[in-house]
Write a protein that binds this ligand. Structure first.
Ligand SMILES: [Zn+2]
Length: 133
């Protein structure tokens, strides 16, 4: 098995299955309306367990980034550096990801982003990347 392929847990499985369908599903607290990412059993705002997987558009902005010119893992080796990013969704939560199709010199804080569903293999495993909107 490719070490880069996501291994869903009981808690994270809906997120990964959503990506296969090109949907971004995020736990949303039914008690306080807080968004919870990464997926957990409880709300990080109010500790409620009443979470519902809720679709979001993936509209985001670039919160922070670094250019990894040496691959962070062998499976990420390629001709391009890794544009590692923390993105802020329009709903307000952050996610670690990477930018694709953006030259490092064109990356800037607060740039608008849209999601890219990167299908990693023939089995349909998909990861969520971002590119310039
Ligand atoms: Zn809550």
């Amino acid at each position: 098995m490719n070490a880069m392929i996501p291994r869903p847990t009981d808690i994270s499985r809906p997120f990964w299955e959503g990506l296969r369908e090109q949907r971004i599903l995020i736990p949303h607290c039914q008690r306080c309306s807080g968004w919870v990412f990464y997926p957990r059993r409880h709300c990080t705002h109010c500790a409620s367990h009443d979470l519902a997987w809720t679709p979001v558009s993936g509209a985001a902005t670039l919160c922070s980034f670094t250019i990894a010119r040496v691959p962070t893992l062998p499976g990420f080796a390629g001709p391009e550096p890794q544009n590692l990013a923390i993105v802020t969704f329009s709903e307000g939560f952050n996610m670690n990801s990477a930018l694709t199709g953006v030259a490092p010199e064109d990356m800037c804080i607060d740039m608008p982003l849209r999601p890219v569903f990167d299908v990693m293999d023939d089995a349909g495993h998909t990861r969520l990347l971002f590119t310039s909107a």
